[in-house]
Structure formats: structure tokens, C-alpha cells
Design a protein around this ligand. Structure first.
Ligand code: TXA
Ligand code: MG
Length: 325
């Protein structure tokens, strides 16, 4: 059931009172608090189990509000905001004075975006301020793409859950550092590198495809309980069957070209050929295999183009070491 006007007003009241509201966005569900309330922000970190040095994203209702939240908007940032908002693009800019350091993990920069979801926009307009929201999952685990995922993972720790249906994009926003003259991608996401290039008129910097590092991003992010093993697409079936014979409860991400190949495994997910559908389904697939009791997931990486870049980034992190570095 999607949130009613009454629900939105209640949720805005919860934010004003210093509470936490889970809200749908087009990417994933967020765990929101009043971006100007340090005590409410502290509760986000507590509920998520997230170290306080990890900066959050502030969500605002429209590009015209950007100047209220940041110190300076360089021309390239303005161009990107006007072109992609509302949408799955987060801009990192110099922090304005109304944003408490608790929201930015002590940084002098601020990550900000306008979500493209009617329920999120209705909440932001009813509330009137900025809502700071990380993904509504426990630290290090898979982001939620439905209200049920949020309820299952966070339960009573959230004061109000707004249901806006399943998230359309399914992976988090693209984070672009726009503090300098040349914008650079810090985290690939729902807006593709190719789309950014087209609007900027030159190739956007991607510091490193596989080792994009942002404060608060660990290799073990986006991980299901099951261990994830990445192999070449044509080796997925053999690798999965070997692990199955060894007694593992194997979940398989079967690449689209091999969809018709029978696999001996505990559970099989047919990976959609369309990257849009794959991104939308990715986190749900990982949760599903966890729920089915898989202890090992065998998958392969899509090509690093279009939404494939974000999907590959999340899969690499899901397969990454579990220790925090
Ligand atoms: O799609 C999304 O971006 C979702 C929805 C809810 O909007 N939010 C989300 O938030 O993914 P979170 O907290 O899970 O990831 C935000 C990431 C942080 O891990 C951090 O790496 C980066 O944004 N970040 C935040 N502020 C930053 C800053 N000032 N400089 C660099 N990176 C920053
Ligand atoms: Mg997250």
C-alpha cells in the first residue's frame, strides 16, 4: 500500500519531533531524520550501527533549494543539478553552515540530492526542511528496495515507515564530487557515466573502476549473509556445481546467456539481460538467496558500462573481505 496524505503528514510530524522515518526513493529506501537535528542524526547512526565518521546524504525538495544548503555551487554542479534532479545523482559540495557536522561525519563537504519519488518529494514538501538519510539497512548489509525489507531489518527501531512500493532504480545514487572544476564519480549508481559525459560535454573522471573509495565506503558493503564468489560468466555453472557437490547450499546468479542451462544448486536466480531490470532486482535477489538459506552465492560481473558499472561495483563489494579496513 502506498503512503496516503495522512501518512505523509504524520511522517513530517515525526521528523519535526526528532524521530526517524523510513522513506522510499527511486534508488533504495532511506532512514530519514531532520538534517538540522544533531540528536536525531545520532539516532540514525545508532540504529544502523554505522560509525559516526561516515557522512550522510541530505535530501531536498528541489534544485532551487541547493543554495540554502551549500556554500558554493560551481557551474558544472549547477548544470548537473538542473539536468538530473529529481533523480539518482548526489552532488558533493562545500557544506553550508546550517548543516551540522554530525550529518557530514565531520567533513566540510556535504552530499545532497533531490530524490525522484512522489512519496519522498511529498514528505520533503510537507516537512519543509532537508532530510538526511542513509540507506535503511544495518551497516554493511544489503540496501532495502521495499518497505517490507525495511520492516524486516529495522522493525521497531524506526518510528514510521512510509510505503512507496518497490524502488524503480534499485541501486543507490551516483555520487559526484563537484567541489572542484572537474566533477569526478565517487560512487557509480543510478545515473550512468555515459549520461554524465553527455551533459558535461567531456568524460567525467572515474578515479578507479574497481576501487572507488569514499569516506564511509568499505569493501565489505552491500553484503548478504552468504559468501559471494565472482567468476567469469562461462564458469558460473561449473563453479556452482562443484560447490554444490562439496555440500554447500549454493545460490547461483545465472548470467542471461546461460539462462537455459540446467544447474545443480540450492537456488537459482536468472539474471535479467536488461541492466535496468538487473539493477532493480539486484538487492532483492541477494536477500532472496539469504532467505533460502544459501551459504554461498556464485555470480559474475556485468560489463562496466551503463548501469553495469554500478551493479559490478556492488557485486565486487558484496564479494569483498568482511573485515573493516
Ligand atoms: O541512493 C542513495 O544515495 C540512497 C538514498 C536513500 O538516497 N542513500 C544512500 O546513502 O545510499 P548511504 O548513506 O547508504 O550512502 C551515502 C554515501 C556514504 O557511504 C558516503 O560514502 C557518501 O555517500 N558521502 C556522503 N557524504 C559525503 C561527502 N561529504 N563526501 C564524500 N562522500 C560522501
Ligand atoms: Mg548504504
Amino acid at each position: 500500500m502506498t503512503a496516503s496524505t495522512h501518512d505523509i503528514e504524520n511522517a513530517a510530524g515525526v521528523l519535526h519531533a526528532g524521530g526517524l522515518v523510513a522513506l522510499p526513493t527511486e534508488t533504495v529506501y532511506g532512514l530519514g531524520a531532520n538534517a538540522e537535528d544533531p540528536a536525531a542524526i545520532a539516532r540514525i547512526f545508532q540504529v544502523k550501527g554505522r560509525p559516526p565518521s561516515h557522512p550522510l546524504i541530505v535530501h531536498i525538495a528541489g534544485a532551487e533549494q541547493l543554495d540554502d544548503w551549500v556554500e558554493e555551487v560551481p557551474p558544472a554542479a549547477r548544470l548537473l543539478a538542473e539536468h538530473f534532479w529529481p533523480g539518482p545523482l548526489t552532488l558533493v559540495l562545500r557544506r553550508g553552515s546550517r548543516v551540522p557536522l554530525e550529518a557530514t561525519g565531520g567533513l566540510e563537504t556535504l552530499a545532497v540530492r533531490v530524490p525522484d519519488h512522489p512519496v519522498a518529494l511529498a514528505l520533503l514538501n510537507a516537512f519543509g526542511g532537508g532530510v538526511t538519510a542513509p540507506s535503511a539497512n544495518r551497516f554493511g548489509s544489503v540496501s532495502p528496495t521495499t518497505a517490507d525489507h525495511v520492516r524486516a531489518e529495522l522493525g521497531d527501531a524506526v518510528d514510521f515507515v512510509l510505503d512507496g512500493g518497490a524502488c524503480e532504480v534499485g541501486v543507490e545514487s551516483t555520487i559526484v564530487d563537484a567541489t572542484g572544476e572537474t566533477p569526478a564519480i565517487l560512487r557509480p549508481g543510478g545515473v550512468t557515466r555515459e549520461d554524465l559525459d553527455a551533459v558535461l560535454g567531456h568524460p567525467v573522471e572515474v578515479p578507479s573502476t574497481s576501487h572507488v573509495r569514499v569516506p564511509g565506503q568499505h569493501p565489505s558493503h552491500y553484503a548478504p549473509r552468504a559468501r559471494v564468489v565472482l567468476v567469469e560468466p562461462e564458469k558460473v555453472v561449473a563453479e556452482a556445481e562443484l560447490a554444490h557437490e562439496q555440500g554447500h547450499h549454493v545460490g547461483v546468479f545465472l548470467p542471461a546467456p546461460f539462462a537455459d542451462v540446467p544447474v545443480k544448486a540450492h537456488a537459482v536466480v536468472a539474471v535479467p539481460a536488461s541492466m535496468t531490470a538487473y539493477a532493480r532486482g539486484l538487492y532483492g535477489f541477494l536477500r532472496e538467496l539469504d532467505e533460502q538459506g544459501c551459504d554461498l552465492i556464485v555470480a559474475s560481473l556485468p560489463e562496466d558500462e551503463g548501469l553495469g558499472l554500478a551493479i559490478a561495483n556492488r557485486l565486487r563489494r558484496a564479494a569483498g573481505p568482511r573485515t573493516i579496513v
